[in-house]
Design a protein around this ligand. Structure first.
Ligand code: A2P
Length: 303
């Protein structure tokens, strides 16, 4: 079985999960989920905006693995940040996934969009003025409903978390951010871990746009361990205590991604030399109103 990491509320989360964004292009997502669970995956990372939760829900409903052995994550989109919309957003997700409860619900991004706006590429007209703590308090209230075991955030930088943590009744259990060898975010990882927030790294292989798996250093390390560059990238994250959710729809690669190796401390140290600050996902880069989302400076954070 995949090793687990314990969240700040005592809940155990498998440290390798299955990513599902864009995993449905060929309509093979249901098969992928079943295959993954057969191979030993128990943690599945979903989101409302991925548009594929119904297909995932159908696959989940056909599994023979007990629900309590699965760890199902989903994320609310920006258009349900108004506090009065949060509980309904969870019900909608549970409905799509055909589940009674989620193991972890995340706020997908730290800014709000208007209720009618479900675009992934917001313009200034899409933005809504909802303080993140209002949304977070509504998330905290969900814990009492029994429909979610843990709550967390995604794409939150240190500046936002620093402002938020002192105001929280429940500190986020997880911050899910883009982490791979070309976007290492060491300060954010350290800050989260010091504050008992588990970091999950999305795009742990760099996705399709960022060529982590072609990196010469990573290839050399892979040779030394008789494994693949993908396994090196995942092993590096796990050694830092960062949970990984690689996406694959290929059986061999699904299997490969569960088998990690132990890197030497010299190898771990040398990763800092290949950092490129290269991000795959960066929706705020064209919108100056969202620059603060990507700004590390607390003063820039309007929350
Ligand atoms: P595929 O689904 O064909 O396996 P990320 O999780 O960083 O977003 O990366 C996902 C991308 O990496 C997908 O294109 C996926 O393609 C590919 N991928 C997943 N696992 C591996 C692996 N072990 N080796 C090579 N490519 C992989």
């Amino acid at each position: 079985p995949v090793k687990t990491i314990t969240l700040n509320n005592g809940v155990a989360m498998p440290e390798i999960g299955l990513g599902t964004w864009k995993a449905d292009e060929e309509g093979i997502l249901a098969k992928t989920i079943k295959k993954a669970v057969d191979l030993g995956y128990r943690h599945i990372d979903c989101a409302k905006i991925y548009g594929n939760q119904k297909e995932i829900g159908k696959a989940l409903s056909e599994l023979t693995v007990p629900r309590k052995d699965l760890f199902i994550v989903s994320k609310i989109w920006q258009n349900v940040h108004r506090p009065e919309l949060v509980a309904g957003a969870l019900d909608d997700i549970l409905d799509e996934l055909q589940l009674e409860y989620l193991d972890l619900l995340l706020i997908h991004w730290p800014y709000a969009q208007k209720p009618e706006s479900d675009t992934m590429n917001p313009t200034v007209d899409d933005l809504d003025n909802v303080p993140i703590m209002d949304t977070w308090r509504a998330m905290e209230a969900l814990l009492d409903s029994g429909k979610v075991r843990s709550i967390g955030v995604s794409n939150f930088n240190q500046a936002i978390l620093e402002k938020m943590i002192p105001q929280c009744r429940v500190v986020p259990a997880v911050n899910q951010v883009e982490i791979h060898p070309y976007n290492q975010a060491p300060e954010l990882v350290k800050f989260c871990q010091e504050n008992n927030i588990v970091v999950t790294g999305y795009c742990p292989l760099g996705g399709t746009k960022i060529s982590v798996m072609d990196d010469d250093f990573i290839k050399r390390v892979a040779n030394a361990h008789a494994c693949t560059p993908a396994q090196v990238a995942l092993s590096w994250s796990l050694a830092r205590g960062v949970v990984v959710i690689p996406k694959s729809t290929n059986e061999l690669r699904l299997e490969q991604n569960l088998k990690t190796v132990t890197l030497t401390s010299d190898e771990m140290r040398m990763f800092s030399k290949i950092e490129k600050h290269e991000r795959k996902v960066d929706p705020g880069r064209d919108l100056k109103e969202l620059e603060w989302v990507f700004h590390e400076d607390t003063a820039a954070c309007p929350l």
